[in-house]
Ligand binder design. Structure first.
Ligand SMILES: N[C@@H](CCC(=O)N[C@@H](CS)C(=O)NCC(=O)O)C(=O)O
Length: 208
């Protein structure tokens, strides 16, 4: 059984959608977190995350924190669900590249745009432009990052694109991609379960 440590309207919300995609048994353990946007809330002693953040999961005696580690772990642990190309699959390299890129390049670029830092920093502007270019080039070739099939890489990237849509340029391809990925029944179920788990705060679903 998987336990998800979860705070509503946060980065753990989307992990509910991933668990729904995988169709595996899990329980949601609600925890409180500090909400920097409002200054409310505080880390929960019951949360095993080393920084008292979410998401964190426990499975088979292992603790995983960090969204990308959780996505990578769950996709591989339940590989038969087909969301994560496995070693030997010619898409494995691209899959791992997208996951690492998400954490190392995409999120920092998105948050630099949110903070209005791009005009003052040529390096951040360059990284942001490269991130946009990478997504647009992929979507010009195929409906999903790895080709014709949805994967856990799409799950992660599309959730952030949807949340941070205003930080990115107008693009019919990006809009259609967000729509494809975020209206999947499992993702919508994840949203409903988040709402049912007791929403705190308003608006944003990704950062607290
Ligand atoms: N890089 C981490 C970020 C986790 C994170 O910052 N989560 C926020 C909620 S969206 C949180 O728990 N904040 C509480 C805090 O900063 O104390 C991940 O993707 O898992």
């Amino acid at each position: 059984m998987i336990t998800l440590y979860h705070a509503p309207q946060s980065r753990s919300t989307r992990i509910i959608g991933l668990l729904e995609e995988l169709g595996v048994p899990y329980t949601i353990r609600p925890v409180s977190i500090f909400r920097p946007m409002t200054g409310e809330g505080k880390g929960d002693a019951a949360n095993p995350h080393p920084d008292k953040r979410v998401p964190a999961i426990e499975h088979d005696g292992q603790l995983l924190a960090e969204s990308v580690a959780i996505v990578l772990y769950l996709g591989d642990a339940f590989a038969e669900r087909g969301l994560a190309p496995q070693p030997g699959d010619p898409r494995r390299g691209a899959y791992l590249t997208w996951l690492a890129w998400y954490a190392a390049e995409f999120e920092p670029a998105m948050f630099a745009a949110f903070a209005g830092e791009l005009d003052a920093s040529p390096l951040k502007r360059r990284a942001y432009d490269a991130a946009i270019h990478r997504i647009e080039a992929a979507l010009a070739k195929s409906p999903y990052l790895l080709g014709d099939a949805y994967s856990a890489a799409d799950f992660l990237v599309a959730s952030a694109l949807s949340f941070g849509r205003h930080a990115f340029p107008e693009s019919a391809a990006i809009d259609a991609y967000i729509e494809r990925c975020t209206t999947r029944p499992a993702i919508l179920r994840g949203q409903s379960l988040d709402e049912a788990s007791g929403a705190q705060g308003a608006g944003a679903r990704l950062p607290a």
